[in-house]
Design a protein around this ligand. Structure first.
Ligand code: F6P
Ligand code: MN
Length: 333
């Protein structure tokens, strides 16, 4: 039997679980944006989309052409749904409102249109990440404060990974499902349901080159993992680093592990590298819905009240036992 398409899945959720049709429209709009981005990623140099755009985003990072193109594709697709009233994108410094000429809806969307920028030009996995919040009330001009709600308020979150296959991973707050894009028909089809992350892990992901800049609890935790069988953990751990959060999270959802991006003494006024609204929160919601955990070392990521739309945060996510352990090391400093 052919697996359910994303549209059929959303229709089923509307019937069985009362999924709001407007929320379904937002998710469907995002999936269309992801298909278009996937096709450009696959064409690469042939579509003339590789290389630098010659500009910087608000965080002072060089923008690639595909970062900007993907951002525009997301904004356009979301506006077309008529179901959103504000957007925050990694690539745009201010909140994006819906133009006067277009319909307004009840949802706010925060997204990273293309995560893992350093992988774009080398043909390694990248992805798009999104989180969908309910607005208090739809209004023409969205403001930053509209987004200052802890991630536990998200109605849906997900990501699309452009790897050997294009896969869309989604949570509506009741588990995690995965769709694979059929490149022949352009349809996302449900290929995994009830995705679970084991509590225990034997694999970790962290940029080890930053070790000397980490805080003590992180140095202790990683030091113990590196000692393997000979140390207090009494077992060996393997390491992976793809340098795209989407790909690390995707691996962890398939075969377990922990992903970390801790704070760094080189930038003491910055609590981490990853952004709360459109990187940490959506991935934290996915992890928790798969039975995993996500903290900033001190508290649950989904409990943090944002104060800035591009706020950064330290991230420890994945296997619950490992996240609990590294969090405990921070707390008993
Ligand atoms: O968006 C930030 C990001 O690209 C993540 O996707 C990734 O996990 C991380 O940065 C890679 O960081 P580094 O450059 O330290 O390897
Ligand atoms: Mn990113």
């Amino acid at each position: 039997m052919t697996p359910l398409s994303l549209q059929q899945y959303l229709a089923r959720e509307e019937t069985l679980r009362g999924l709001d049709p407007q929320l379904a429209r937002v998710i469907s709009g995002i999936s269309e944006a992801c298909k278009t981005i996937s096709s450009l990623v696959r064409q690469g140099a042939l579509a003339g989309v590789l290389g630098l755009a010659g500009s910087e985003n608000v965080q002072g990072e060089e923008q690639k052409k595909l970062d900007i193109i993907s951002n525009d594709i997301f904004v356009e697709a979301l506006v077309q749904t008529g179901a959103v009233c504000g957007m925050v994108s990694e690539e745009v410094d201010h909140v994006i409102s819906v133009p006067e000429t277009e319909a307004l809806g009840p949802y706010l969307v925060a997204f990273d249109p293309l995560d893992g920028s350093s992988n774009i030009d080398i043909n390694v996995s990248i992805g798009s990440i999104f989180g969908i919040l309910p607005a208090d009330r739809p209004k023409r001009v969205a403001v930053e404060a509209d987004f200052f709600k802890p991630g536990r308020n998200l109605k849906a979150a997900g990501y699309c990974m452009y790897g050997p296959q294009t896969q869309l991973v989604l949570t509506l707050g009741q588990g995690v499902v995965m769709f694979t894009l059929d490149p022949l028909t352009g349809t996302f089809r449900l290929t995994r349901e009830a995705v679970r992350v084991e509590r225990e892990a034997k694999e970790f992901a962290i940029n080890m080159s930053n070790e000397r800049f980490w805080e003590k609890p992180v140095q202790r935790y990683i030091g113990e993992l590196l000692q393997g069988k000979d140390g207090v953990r009494g077992k060996n751990f393997n390491m992976r680093w793809i340098a795209a959060m989407v790909a690390e999270v995707h691996r962890i959802l398939q075969r377990g592990g922990i992903f970390m991006y801790p704070r760094d003494s080189r930038t003491p006024d910055r609590p981490g590298k990853l952004r709360l609204l459109y990187e940490a929160n959506p991935m934290a919601m996915i992890m928790e819905n798969a039975g995993g955990a996500a903290t900033n070392g001190h508290e649950r990521i989904l409990d943090i009240t944002p104060e800035k739309i591009h706020e950064r945060v330290a991230v420890f996510l994945g296997a619950a036992e490992e996240v609990e352990r590294v969090t405990a090391y921070h707390l008993d400093k």
